[in-house]
Write a protein that binds this ligand. Structure first.
Ligand code: P5A
Length: 437
C-alpha cells in the first residue's frame, strides 16, 4: 500500500474525553471516528488491525473444532422472554419494535438465539458435543461508555457456545476453550491471566475472566504472582493435558474484585507473592449448566432414552476492545508498538525524498514491488515530506520494521530497523528472510 493512497485522517485536537493513551492514539492515527456516544466507525487502519485480530481468534477457535456460523444482530424478544432475561437485562438492552409492532432487540449476546437453533434441530445425544461460534456486532446501552472502543455501546465480539450431554463433558469443553483463549492472547502478543470471576447477567457458577495487566484497566485483580510463570506451550491438545493445564493454573490464587476476600488472599498467598493491580478484561468464559436449556426446553434423548437438558457454556472475546487493549499494553511514550502478528503492515519503507532527485523513491519502489511479490504486507511512505516528520509519523504508527532509504543506503545495502533497536545495513535477501521469519 502507498501511504499517499491510505486514508489516515490524523486528528490533532483530541476530545477531552480521550483520557487513556489507546483512545488518544487511535484518534490521532485516524483508526476510528466516533459517530455517537460509544459508537464508532472503523477507518481503514483500525479496521485492518481489527481484522488481523479477528483472524487469529478464528484460527484458534477452529483449532479446537468450534464451528463458525453467523447469527443476526437483531433478535426477537420472544426467545428472551422464554429464558426470563427480557426483563432481567434492564436498560442495557436496546429494544426496538418493527412496523408490525413486534418486539425486537439488538443482541447484547446470543445464548437464547443459539439455544433456539439447537433445540429445533438436535434431538439425540449422538450429535453431542457441539461448539459453535460467531464473530458479530453486539449492542449494550452502557450508562457510561468510555475509553473509546474499550467500553463502548456497539462492539465486536467473538462468542462461542458449547453443548454437552453431562457436566463432565461440559467441563472438558470449558477446558478446551480455556486453553484456546490463553493461546489466542499469546499469539496477539499479550500475557493474559485467567481469573476466577462473577458471572453477572450471563449466569452459572463457573467462570473465568482473561485479564491483561494495564494501569488504565477497569478490572481490579488480586493474584499470586507465580501464576504468570505457568507455561502454556507444553500442554497438548488432548483432554487429560487440557485438564492438567486448568489444574496448574488453578493452583494459584487469581480473582477479580467481586470474588475477592482479603482473608482468603492472605491465607492462600504469601505476602511476597501477592499482587494487587489493574487489568483489562479481554475475554470471559462461563459454564452455566442447564440455565438456558431448562428454561427454553432444549433437551436431547440420552442413551437410555431419557430426555436430558443439555449442559451449556458460553465464551466471549472482545475483538474490538482488543485493538485498544493491545495499544494500552504495548505503547511506549507517545509511540504505538504493534506485535508483529497484528501490525497493520509488516514493514514500512521510508525513502528520503528530495524534490530534485528521484533516486531514493525509485529504489524504494523497486524494493516495494519485490516485497509484495514475496507476500509481505508492505507500506511505502511515498509522501513528499521532511524525513524527520516522516520518522515522527512512523514512531506514532508503530509498524515493527522500517527500511530506510537515505544517505546510508548503497546500491544493494539498505538500512533496516526494528522498532526500539539499532539499525543495521542489510541486502534485500536478508531483509526478506528476516521479515518472513
Ligand atoms: C460470553 C459470550 C458474554 O457476553 N455471552 C456470550 C458471554 N460475556 S461478556 O463478558 O459480557 O463479554 C465478553 C467480552 O466482550 C467484551 N466486552 C466489551 N467490549 C467493548 N465494550 C463493551 N461495552 C464490552 N462489554 C463486553 C469483553 O472483552 C468481554 O470479556
Amino acid at each position: 500500500m502507498l501511504l499517499s493512497k491510505l486514508f489516515i485522517p490524523i486528528t490533532k485536537d483530541l476530545p477531552a474525553e480521550a483520557k487513556i493513551k489507546s483512545h488518544q492514539l487511535m484518534l490521532r492515527t485516524g483508526m476510528i471516528r466516533q459517530s455517537s456516544a460509544g459508537i464508532y466507525s472503523w477507518l481503514p487502519l483500525g479496521f485492518k488491525v481489527m481484522k488481523k485480530i479477528e483472524q487469529i481468534v478464528r484460527e484458534e477457535q477452529n483449532n479446537i473444532g468450534a464451528q463458525e456460523m453467523l447469527m443476526p444482530t437483531i433478535q426477537s424478544a420472544d426467545i428472551w422472554k422464554e429464558s426470563g432475561r427480557y426483563d432481567d437485562y434492564g436498560e442495557e438492552m436496546l429494544r426496538i419494535s418493527d412496523r408490525q409492532k413486534r418486539e425486537m432487540l439488538y443482541g447484547p449476546t446470543n445464548e437464547e438465539q443459539i439455544t433456539e437453533i439447537f433445540r429445533s434441530s438436535v434431538k439425540s445425544y449422538k450429535l453431542l458435543p457441539q461448539i459453535f461460534y460467531h464473530i458479530q456486532w453486539k449492542f449494550r446501552d452502557e450508562l457510561r461508555p468510555r475509553f473509546g472502543v474499550m467500553r463502548c455501546r456497539e462492539f465486536y465480539m467473538k462468542d462461542a457456545y458449547s453443548f454437552d450431554l453431562n457436566e463432565n463433558d461440559a467441563v472438558s469443553s470449558y477446558n478446551k476453550m480455556f486453553c484456546a483463549y490463553l493461546k489466542t492472547f499469546q499469539r496477539l502478543g499479550l500475557k493474559s491471566i485467567p481469573m476466577k470471576a462473577d458471572t453477572g447477567p450471563i449466569g452459572g457458577d463457573l467462570s473465568h475472566e482473561f485479564v491483561i495487566l494495564a494501569d488504565t484497566g477497569e478490572s481490579k485483580i488480586f493474584a499470586d504472582k507465580r501464576i504468570f510463570d505457568v507455561p502454556i506451550d507444553k500442554y497438548k491438545n488432548n483432554e487429560a493435558s487440557l485438564k492438567k493445564m486448568r489444574d496448574d493454573f488453578s493452583k494459584f490464587y487469581a480473582v477479580t474484585d467481586d470474588k475477592f476476600k482479603s482473608e482468603d488472599f492472605d491465607k492462600n498467598v504469601k505476602k511476597g507473592d501477592q499482587i494487587q493491580t489493574k487489568g483489562i478484561e479481554v475475554g470471559h468464559i462461563f459454564y452455566f449448566g442447564d440455565k438456558y436449556s431448562k428454561a427454553m426446553n432444549c433437551s436431547v434423548d440420552s442413551k437410555d432414552g431419557k430426555k436430558t437438558f443439555v449442559k451449556m457454556g458460553s465464551y466471549g472475546i472482545g475483538v474490538s476492545r482488543l485493538v485498544a487493549a493491545i495499544i494500552e499494553a504495548k505503547y511506549l511514550n507517545e509511540k504505538m508498538k504493534w506485535p508483529k502478528s497484528v501490525s497493520p503492515f509488516d514493514v514500512v519503507i521510508i525513502p528520503a525524498i528530495n524534490k530534485n532527485d528521484n533516486s531514493n523513491l525509485e529504489k524504494a519502489n523497486s524494493i516495494y514491488e519485490e516485497l509484495k511479490i514475496k507476500g509481505i504486507d508492505v507500506l511505502l511512505d511515498d509522501v513528499e515530506e521532511n524525513i524527520s516528520n516522516k520518522f515522527k509519523k512512523h514512531d506514532l504508527l508503530g509498524i515493527p520494521y522500517q527500511i530506510i532509504i537515505g544517505s546510508k543506503a548503497t546500491k544493494d545495502q539498505f538500512e533496516f530497523k526494528e522498532i526500539d533497536k539499532d539499525s543495521q545495513m542489510l541486502d534485500l535477501n536478508k531483509i526478506i528472510k528476516l521479515l518472513k521469519n
